[in-house]
Design a protein. Sequence first.
Length: 337
Amino acid sequence: MLKSFLLATARHPRTPTRQRRATLSRTATGARVLRAVRVQAAANVSELQTKFGIPDAVSFTEGRGGLPTVVLKHACGSSAEVVLFGGCVTSWKQSSGDEVLYIRPDAKFDGSKPISGGIPHCFPQFGPGEMQQHGFARNLEWEVSSTSADPNPDNPDPEVQLVLTQNDYTKAMWPHNFVVAYTVRLHGEELHTDMRVMNMNSSEAFSFNGALHTYFEVADINTAKVNGLKGLTYLDKTVDAENPAKKVEDRDAVSFSGPVDSVYLGSSGHVSLDVGTGAAVSIDSTNWSDAVVWSPWTSMEECYKEFCCVENAQFEPVSLGPGETWKASTHMKVVDL
């Protein structure tokens, strides 16, 4: 910011001195605030590393934009990164170094908006509704509750568990006491997630729905295909998201030739995405009742050919009584075709 100001004043030497000083003052103030935020982030990262870091398995760093980030590394060479802002998995690499997930070029890593890419959360609302789009979980800092790397000492699986609970911000939209516990683990080259939602109200039930809005990198959207959805009823939201048309999938594989926004009801728990490189991502889930396939097509001209979303979802609301827990999990791996 200061460099930009100095360049600007060099080009315009007649700028009044008072105006230049005011601009410099604002710039300096912004720089001080930014430095303070970064110092605090560094302190938080240092504290997290001391408390939860595990040598050669789990570490904490200032990631993109200085956001505190958990880095999981498996002995086989695979890795994953989880940003605490939004509890968002932003990277999952195979031992070869190949990235499986996708981050959009317009993604912000400054906390001003949810991260556009990786595996953002949709909770306690999926899509539009009474609160902000996709709820609030992707807008908040999640807390680290535990790390682990010793289910098998000879080949440990690095794992982190994050927790989200209510605060004044969430209660303004959704007046409930809750805990969401989200575990991310590397099992060899596989990525496993486990999500638990707990109703902490003393006497009141609540309802929620949600999804893991997973972005996958593809070689070319024109050759990508999603398998495992034939015969399912789906809601086609491309024309009218508020009143989607209900259809039955008759294709062996769902391909892309235009915008796609489809909610497949009653998924079997297994789908796969042919990414067009001779490999596919196999996605197995438990208790995520539905699957979503999404491509923005040319509404994101800059990047639409490079990714698609294949999401685990709970489209119909789940009702939890006081003290009750809902759990869902996913296992993802890359397979050769």
